[in-house]
Design a protein around this ligand. Structure first.
Ligand code: CUK
Ligand code: CUA
Length: 646
């Protein structure tokens, strides 16, 4: 019996009440019943996991839950009893915290924070040698959009990509280790906002610059906003190299790709080219930009490109008018999200300042680029969904769910009926409007951005929580609400307070992600360490002190609970000391770390991993170093001395 079945049986044991989500009291009783049920099942689950292998996760134990794909009419329970696992990995962009958060769904338990464009005291990210170089000293990141790599229209479990709006960067997280392995700076870009990977394979990741810039942005002509332009940038999702850019006149907000690898999309809310608020809102009409990827790549190959500023990246100049590279489909007014539904037939553009969504039929785009259609002819529906529509997600059953910011609600609507209504039929596409709390930004549903959208759960990321939680002062938490969409109507199940700012999320079926438990010792970070070890003629797995040129000292250390392989380090005040620590332990979850007191040095080393940090030895004296991660009964004794001589 799978755990999923257990949970379903649990549902029927509570009496199959039709709407147990509607009152908090019922929810609490539900909790109690499920909690009791879970104890036995939880123990069994623990056993399955406890016998995990030692090496590099090569032979992973089977996952302990399976996901049912049937759509039951009764609301799902979101409670995951102790010892059981969630059905979905949620990847949350952390907004101006600069990080990614991993959340279990439906429990909404936060599993991990992955530092990306920020500094993290716990792991040392931003201070260790590898990440410091990647980040280039910039720690004020702003992650808006997380998307995973794809193969054949669904997640392939390899990578997560995330943008940095503040620093025009794109980062990649490896999904075997859940750690960043690449960060790419995007040239000629500001306010890098919407990103989306291609969905037919791990191909390009398209990145929009929301802020228009003078091109080149070299200080020579800055004040005439009508000359500014924006870049649609293609990064190779495998190598993380910037391949090409397309320059357009309007700003580029959200991004999406089709399922075939033919097109990418960008909403443009400022076709006016304004620099002031009232100018940006002046026109009643803006655009969905459609980029023809094959035509662009042909132009790049043929050298029909330019370069801008110091960057050597080829730029296709597509400013001003429709061309084989870019077509502009008119949509009302300051549009925001663009989302492609799971069958890949329609792209849906949310109106923001218009209470509508525009439905674009992707099959018509070939004729549009061939000059056989006018841009406006690609729009096949425009349902009225509410005030301030921002983002749309899908359940794989033909329904769309749009977040409505001003009205604080989610509107469920029927795509096929919206098209019929647009053609004059007397049908009502709007199915339901559900209040959320409050001012919802992004929403996403389980597997919604893939062809395997399964219509189980929807997350509403609400920008305001107001009165929903205990008051903790002027800065309130935000509210990620969990909504059951498995039935005919949406049901609000859970309020999930989060630290600012959860920006966007994707929900990924657990069987698609296969993390390792022991460091695989591969990738650019290990390329770096192996290079150093070769330079110094040492083995990373042994203890060594290497005096290099000038005042540079490399201390190669090992750790095995509860001891460091090196207990004493002798250096001179002012020496540049680099501690390179390799954790010899092969036991799951047995991480150590290295903290040098008084030197702002603190980093994590996972089982079989290596990590390093560089510092300048301070005033003469004795400094203790210690392991900051609780690893053993003698964890406090896991320490050593650095003697700094005058
Ligand atoms: S987006 Cu980034 S500020 Cu993700 Cu709705 Cu508007
Ligand atoms: Cu090693 Cu604590």
């Amino acid at each position: 019996m799978t755990d999923k079945t257990k949970r379903d049986m649990g549902d029927s044991e509570t009496g199959g009440k039709a709407d147990k989500s509607s009152t908090p009291k019922m929810q609490r009783r539900d909790f109690v019943t499920k909690g009791m049920m879970g104890i036995g099942a939880g123990l069994a689950g623990t056993q399955l996991i406890a016998c995990g292998e030692k090496k590099n996760g090569a032979a992973q134990p089977p996952q302990t839950r399976s996901v049912s794909t049937t759509h039951s009419a009764a609301p799902e329970s979101f409670h995951v009893p102790p010892g059981q696992l969630d059905d979905y990995y949620g990847f949350w962009s952390g907004g101006q915290s600069g990080e990614i958060r991993v959340v279990g769904v439906p429990s909404m338990r936060e599993l991990k924070r992955i530092p990306v464009f920020n500094r993290c005291s716990a792991s040392g990210w931003g201070g260790d040698d590898f990440s410091k170089a990647l980040l280039g000293g910039k720690f004020s990141g702003d992650t808006h959009h997380v998307h995973l790599s794809y193969t054949h229209g669904t997640y392939d479990g390899r990578y997560v990509y995330v943008n940095d709006k503040a620093g025009a960067r794109l980062a990649r997280v490896r999904l075997d280790t859940f750690a960043v392995d690449h960060i790419t700076f995007l040239p000629n870009s500001a306010g890098t906002h919407g990103i989306f990977p291609q969905r037919h394979k791990t191909g390009l990741v398209l990145c929009n610059s929301e802020f228009r810039l003078p091109m080149p942005n070299d200080g020579t002509a800055m004040e005439d906003e009508l000359t500014y332009a924006a870049m649609h940038t293609a990064v190779d999702g495998e190598t993380m190299e910037v391949k090409w850019q397309v320059m357009v006149e309007g700003n580029l907000d959200l991004c999406a790709t089709d399922y075939e690898g033919n097109y990418s999309f960008a909403t443009c809310y400022n076709s006016e080219g304004g620099a002031w608020l009232e100018d940006m809102m002046a026109a009643d009409q803006d655009y969905l930009y459609v980029f023809h990827l094959a035509n662009i790549e042909e132009a790049v190959k043929a050298g029909k490109t330019m370069t801008v500023g110091k960057s050597k990246v080829p730029v296709v100049d597509a400013r001003g008018k429709n061309s084989p590279y870019v077509q502009r489909i008119p949509v009302p007014k300051s549009p925001h999200g663009v989302n492609v539904e799971p069958r890949g037939k329609y792209a849906i553009v949310a109106g923001k300042l218009s209470p509508t969504c525009s439905v674009v039929e992707i099959a018509k785009l070939a004729d549009l680029f061939a000059g056989k259609l006018e841009p406006a002819d690609c729009i096949v529906a425009r349902p009225e969904v509410g005030l301030g529509p921002l983002h749309t997600c899908f359940d794989g059953k033909g329904f769309a769910y749009t977040s409505i910011f001003i009205d604080s609600m989610i509107t469920k609507w029927d795509i096929a009926k919206a098209i019929e209504a647009h053609n004059g039929a007397d049908v009502e596409p709007i199915v339901q409007k559900l209040d959320v709390h409050y001012q919802v930004g992004h929403i996403n549903a389980s597997m919604s951005e893939t062809k395997d959208a399964d219509g189980k759960w929807l997350i509403a990321l609400c920008k305001f929580s107001k009165d929903r939680f205990l008051n903790v002062g002027p800065l309130h938490g935000e509210n990620d609400q969990l909504i059951d969409i498995s039935g005919d109507t949406m049901k609000l199940m859970h309020d999930g307070p989060t630290a600012p700012e959860p920006h966007d999320c994707v929900l990924v079926r657990l069987d698609l992600i296969n993390p390792v438990k022991i460091s695989p010792r591969t990738g650019p970070r290990f390329d770096l360490y192996n290079k150093w070890a070769k330079e110094d003629g040492v083995n990373l797995l042994r203890d060594n002190v290497v005096k290099r040129k000038g005042k540079h000292v490399r201390v190669y250390m090992t750790s095995m609970a509860p001891e460091f392989g090196t207990g004493e380090i002798k250096v001179k005040s002012g020496d540049i000391v680099q501690v390179i620590l390799t954790n010899q332990d092969e036991v799951e979850d047995l991480s150590h770390g290295f903290c040098m007191t008084g030197h702002d040095v603190n980093f994590l080393v996972n089982p079989q991993d290596t990590n390093s940090m560089t510092f300048v030895a301070g005033e003469p004296g004795l400094y203790w170093f210690y392991c900051p991660w609780f690893c053993h009964a003698l964890h406090l004794e896991m320490r050593g001395r650095m003697y700094v001589e005058a």
